[in-house]
Every structure is written in structure tokens, then in C-alpha cells.
Design a protein around this ligand. Structure first.
Ligand code: 13P
Length: 254
């Protein structure tokens, strides 16, 4: 933390939790926040099936909802898909886009992710745009090159006026679900590079409010040292967000 950007702690539940389990978690989270509010924006990305119920459960709370993915097309013959309008209707303010699991298992490339980013902005959703290098790319010293390409292509045609509506999540693929976290210094270094890269395109003034968040094996033990970095304005948490006690420790980082 340390710049002007909003602090965001986001939970990506991936393919976990039934509707009942989601409601139970949200109810306890809401209770905990009413006793001890936090200053960070708290965002939950549950599976699509839980969104409607969580919209109702969280309507009087500060907790915000996100989709985990969306289609780039606003409506139509797209069996199995969900549009940005549907996510808004189900209570979302954000949508995670370009997650490495979407890139890996569902063949999403930079161009498709860019189309989704543009579609999300058009309908009023804030993209949580994910980027990050694979292990082989880091070992080949290609990290910054990969990050540059993902930023350039994923943000193609995003205007200076829109850049502050986007949250950028740096999630090194080798750190996701592996228990291997990037060191706070490694994350800080890439975040600094991302901010400079965006500054060159959009100008410092527009970029100052863009939140750059880190994801990849974030947990109750490493949260404090990650959040101590000036360029880390939040985190995107997978497995450690499924358990309420560990998520509460994360949102109460020191
Ligand atoms: P883990 O926290 O389980 O490593 O997952 C990170 C992630 O992919 C969040 O989007």
C-alpha cells in the first residue's frame, strides 16, 4: 500500500461452494464486518449459481460481488455463457477477466480477453484484469516481456478515461494454488513495472488511481508482508478465501 489507489481484497472462490455454503459464509462475514469494519473494499467472486442469493444476503453490507468470467457478446445464442448485463443484474460490480485458469483450460487468448474487457466497461462492470507469467517464462527471464504483451493486447482500445475503472491483478501462474508465493519484493517489482508501463500509455494522473493487486497463494501468514509493499494495493485470494477465519485475517491485514 502507499499510493492513491483503492485497497481491494478480493476472494475468488473458483468452482467451490454451494448456494447454502455461500450464504452461510456471507452472513458470518457481514456479522464480523458489522462488529469490526475494515477500510479496504471487500469483493467476493462466487460461482454464478450463488450470485443471486448473495445479492440479497449482502444488500445492506459493504461487501461487493464479482463474476469470475463473462462472454464478450451482450446476448444471443451462446449456450452455457453469461453476459455482463446478467452479472450486473445479479448484483456484480466487478468481473474477473483473463484469469490464468481461463487462459489455460478454456483457450482464452489476449484478443478474446481484450474483447471481454471492452464489453465489461461498456456495460458498466469493472474488470479485474489478470495477467502473469508461467514458470518457464520467469526462468527464461521473460517475465516483463510477457507482462508487457498481456497489458498491451488485453488493454487495446481502452481509453485514458476508462483505465481507472480497471483493477489489474498480477498473478504469476507458478504461484497459483502451488503454495509458492512470489516474494513481496518480486511482486513489488512487477507491480512497479506495470504502473510505469501504464503511465507511459495513459499518463501518471489517470493511472494513479488504478489498483494493482497481487494473487497467488496469498494467505493469513503472508498477507502482512505483501500489503507492506507500496505498489501492492490489494490481493486476489483463491483457496485461503474459502475459509472464513483465514479470510477475516486477510482482510484485517496489518
Ligand atoms: P490461490 O490463492 O489458491 O493460489 O489462487 C489464486 C488465484 O488464482 C486467485 O484468482
Amino acid at each position: 500500500m502507499g499510493n492513491m489507489a483503492e485497497t481491494i481484497i478480493a476472494a475468488n472462490w473458483k468452482m467451490h461452494k454451494t448456494i447454502g455454503q455461500s450464504i452461510e459464509f456471507a452472513r458470518s462475514l457481514k456479522d464480523a464486518l458489522s462488529k469490526k469494519p475494515v477500510s479496504a473494499a471487500i469483493v467476493i467472486a462466487p460461482p454464478f449459481t450463488s450470485l443471486g442469493a448473495l445479492k440479497l444476503e449482502l444488500k445492506d453490507s459493504a461487501v461487493l460481488l464479482a463474476g469470475q468470467n463473462m462472454n464478450a457478446v451482450p446476448q444471443g445464442a451462446m449456450t452455457g455463457e453469461i453476459s455482463g448485463e446478467m452479472l450486473l443484474d445479479a448484483g456484480c460490480k466487478y468481473c474477473i477477466l483473463g484469469h490464468s485458469e481461463r487462459r489455460l483450460h478454456f483457450g482464452e487468448d489476449d484478443r478474446l480477453i481484450n474483447a471481454k474487457v471492452i464489453a465489461a466497461l461498456e456495460c458498466g462492470l469493472k474488470p479485474v484484469f489478470c495477467i502473469g507469467e508461467k514458470l518457464a517464462e520467469r526462468e527464461a527471464a521473460a517475465t516483463l516481456q510477457v507482462i508487457s504483451r498481456q497489458l498491451k493486447e488485453g488493454l487495446n482500445k481502452v481509453s485514458a478515461g476508462d483505465i481507472k475503472k480497471i483493477v489489474i491483478a498480477y498473478e504469476p501462474v507458478w504461484a497459483i494454488g502451488t503454495g509458492k508465493t512470489a516474494t513481496p519484493q518480486q511482486a513489488q517489482e512487477v507491480h512497479l513495472f506495470i504502473r510505469k508501463f501504464l503511465n507511459e500509455i495513459y499518463g501518471e494522473k489517470e493511472v494513479a488511481g488504478v489498483s494493482l493487486i497481487y494473487g497467488g497463494s496469498v494467505n493469513a501468514e503472508n498477507i502482512d508482508s505483501l500489503m507492506a509493499q507500496t505498489e501492492i494495493s490489494g490481493v486476489l485470494v483463491g483457496s485461503a478465501s474459502l475459509d472464513l477465519a483465514s479470510f477475516l485475517r486477510i482482510i484485517n491485514f496489518q
